[in-house]
Design a protein around this ligand. Structure first.
Ligand code: ATP
Ligand code: MG
Length: 237
């Protein structure tokens, strides 16, 4: 059997002396989309940081494709196929769209290949290739950051708040792309606050509160709990 692409075992960590995550267990396999939901400050972004070695666990282990990532350089992790799209999108606002794509060529692909994948998927970006990325709309910036995911041929995609500030229709499109990537065999860990759209494509979901996964299950099971426990209504999130 294939080893999970990502496995967290009993991971605890924090900043300085302040603990944030407490005994996190989580596993993402090939083709999985794991949606981790929860309120502000719960530790969602911290989980992604610990998976991309921006911070280290205080206890427990993080494994990518069965190997502990302890001591591995962040760039080697990227070479091993871990692609992070951080909160705030991870693009260069003072560079144009095209220059941002040039920055993506370090992952072995030619600019031409990256451009053709990007502009085919997001024609809107093709028309704005000379525009500064920072002046693109929020949705267009997210498309550009997704282009990075597409250009690096990732095995494991770590996505932080894909839906932040975007119209539902754009969020749906972006999650459509995430879904296609998963069908091609990529594993995805995505964190969101309470966006329901992600539950439509997720294969598994968890709720993170105060640094603990308090519940885990199928998207349908979690959706019921979100409504009952955190929204109080079947709101339109
Ligand atoms: N660099 C940092 N230094 C100190 N504390 C931090 C740092 N980054 C995050 N924290 C704290 O860690 C806790 C978890 O933050 P984190 O960003 O992981 O939450 P989150 O679930 O992603 O929240 P949000 O939904 O608002 O993005 C918060 O209390 C936050 O203040
Ligand atoms: Mg966050």
């Amino acid at each position: 059997m294939d080893k999970p692409l990502l496995e967290l075992e009993n991971v605890s960590t924090g900043y300085g002396i302040i603990p944030v995550l407490h005994g996190i267990n989580l596993s993402v396999g090939k083709g999985d989309i794991y949606a981790l939901l929860g309120p502000n400050g719960g530790g969602k972004s911290t989980i992604l940081k610990v998976c991309s070695r921006q911070i280290d666990p205080w206890a427990g282990s993080v494994k990518v494709a069965g190997r502990s990532i302890e001591g591995i350089a962040a760039e080697d992790l990227a070479k091993a196929g871990v692609c992070t799209i951080p909160e705030g999108k991870g693009i260069f606002p003072n560079l144009t769209v095209e220059e941002n794509l040039i920055m993506m060529t370090h992952a072995c692909q030619s600019l031409q290949a990256i451009q053709s994948v990007t502009f085919e998927r997001f024609p809107q970006l093709g028309n704005k290739r000379n525009q500064l990325a920072g002046t693109l709309s929020g949705g267009e910036q997210q498309m550009l950051s997704m282009s990075r995911a597409l250009s690096t041929n990732p095995k494991l995609l770590l996505l932080d708040e894909l839906s932040m500030g975007l119209a539902p229709i754009i969020v749906k499109d972006l999650y459509g792309i995430v879904s296609q990537l998963a069908e091609e065999g990529i594993g995805v860990l995505v964190v969101e606050q309470f966006a329901r759209t992600v539950l439509g494509v997720a294969t598994r979901a968890g709720i993170l509160i105060n640094g603990k996964i308090i519940s885990e299950g199928s998207p349908a099971e979690l959706e019921d709990q979100l409504s009952d426990a955190y929204l109080g209504t079947k709101g339109n999130v």
